[in-house]
Unconditional design. Structure first.
Length: 308
């Protein structure tokens, strides 16, 4: 997909968007086009029995807070939402060898990648290879606060029978609880939190400890990430295999935003946003929606199979 522009502000009424113009980043660059058929096919292929369960979104509306969640094997998992917490229970997840997988779609990295392609380069920072990305590193000292989020990814090679990609590296970044991107947004430009690199273990798995991101104007709640063949490639920003995004499910989004005051601007933004209108996710999120477990008080774990 072509790159386009996110945008952020430093207030609780953040008007940041990947797809619109604001005072920080200027006009949209490029557009999303021509991928609907490919993405729909991939969503079907991704639903044929992957061991790591990929949950559906429970609907395309940002206001959805309860219902059912579709897992990767086509079954439904019950979800429940209260004002304080949401728990999603995946159906029949197993730990057997992964036998079905599909490539995760290529997506824009947006205007705040922090990889040197648009200004700052977090990948060159000492200490960027880390699992807990909540605190800034180097000369920066800020810490991103919010509902805890653990991100568990399993990276596999779709050309080699879903074999684990041991040693592959993922660079993950996202906005904070106010919708700001470190290294770029006013109020967070001097920070580098919520950015980090992790290598995949022998089974292809890796984990990040972070916070739940805000919903900012014009975009569905999401995380950005890039996959590289190795940590050395990631920290030098060379040989990138894929740039993509993870779409967080509506039930968890609404639970977090409704129960925590630091996300107060996200409530109104979610009410104006849907997956069907999102500039990145409108053509389908079957391979980009994680299984969620946990609640809005103690935090969530998001688990996703990432095919390359």
């Amino acid at each position: 997909m072509s790159d386009f522009t996110d945008s952020t502000t430093d207030s609780t009424t953040d008007s940041t968007t990947d797809s619109t113009t604001d005072s920080t980043t200027g006009p949209i660059v490029g557009a999303i086009a021509g991928l609907r058929s490919r993405r729909e096919l991939l969503a079907l292929l991704g639903g044929l029995g992957a061991t790591v369960v990929i949950a559906g979104c429970g609907g395309g509306s940002g206001s959805s807070a309860s219902g059912t969640t579709t897992t990767s094997n086509g079954t439904k998992a019950a979800t429940s939402t209260t004002a304080a917490a949401t728990t999603t229970t995946p159906a029949a997840a197993t730990t057997a060898t992964i036998t079905s997988c599909a490539p995760i779609p290529e997506e824009t990295g947006g205007p705040y990648p922090g990889d040197g392609s648009n200004g700052p380069n977090a990948l060159a920072l000492a200490g960027i290879v880390r699992s807990d990305i909540r605190q800034s590193i180097g000369n920066a000292s800020g810490t991103a606060t919010g509902v805890p989020l653990t991100v568990k990814l399993t990276v596999v090679d779709t050309t080699k029978g879903c074999a684990p990609m041991s040693g592959a590296a993922v660079y993950l970044w996202h906005c904070d609880a106010e919708g700001r991107y470190s290294m770029y947004s006013q109020g967070a430009a001097d920070e580098n939190y919520l950015r980090g690199v992790q290598p995949a273990a022998s089974d292809g798995t890796l984990t990040f400890t972070t916070i739940f991101p805000a919903a900012y104007s014009g975009r569905w709640p999401h995380l950005h990430f890039q996959i590289y063949p190795s940590v050395a490639a990631a920290t030098s920003a060379t040989g990138k295999l894929r740039t993509t995004q993870l779409a967080l499910p509506a039930d968890a989004d609404n639970a977090v935003y409704g129960a925590n005051s630091e996300y107060r601007a996200s409530i109104a933004n979610m009410a104006r946003t849907s997956l069907s209108s999102d500039m990145v996710f409108s053509d389908g999120v079957g391979l980009q929606t994680p299984t969620m477990s946990g609640n809005a008080t103690s935090g969530y774990t998001a688990t996703l199979l990432v095919g390359i």
